[in-house]
Design a protein around this ligand. Structure first.
Ligand code: HEC
Length: 103
């Protein structure tokens, strides 16, 4: 019984110290990444932001080539289980090859 009382008293204390700790960090504001407009932009936004930020795409170096993009997209599907219909993959690869590194 005593142990229960001690735990009941300790939990709010732990929670309170957690709140105090997280308040000590000044976190950067969350950025919303948008892709440049163009054919394929909507498909890339819909399919590629499901698991990670779109800045995984926009921070890749320019000039990777459409083949490299196609193989990255295949990796997302085959290795990580992304659900991207086959007919959309080439459109996204062509789009990313065109826009990544242009801004
Ligand atoms: C099912 C989840 C999922 C989806 C959907 C997804 N990715 Fe990824 N992606 C990952 C994971 C997991 C990683 C590796 C994360 C890490 O290493 O931090 C990754 C990493 C990446 C990287 C970093 C380089 C690399 O090869 O690891 C790029 C570029 C990338 N993804 C592009 C895309 C593009 C383009 C799309 C849309 C066509 C997409 N991702 C959709 C899961 C996904």
């Amino acid at each position: 019984m005593k142990a229960q009382i001690i735990i009941a008293a300790a939990v709010p204390l732990l929670l309170a110290s957690g709140v105090a700790l997280s308040a000590a960090y000044a976190l950067p504001e969350e950025r919303v990444i948008t892709l440049p407009p163009g054919p394929g932009a909507d498909l890339a936004t819909a399919h590629c932001a499901a698991c990670h930020s779109l800045d995984y795409l926009t921070t890749q170096p320019p000039g990777l080539g459409e083949k490299k993009w196609a193989s990255t997209i295949s990796k997302m599907v085959d290795v990580y289980g992304a659900d991207i219909p086959a007919q959309d993959r080439a459109t996204i690869a062509a789009y990313l090859n065109r826009v990544v590194g242009t801004r």
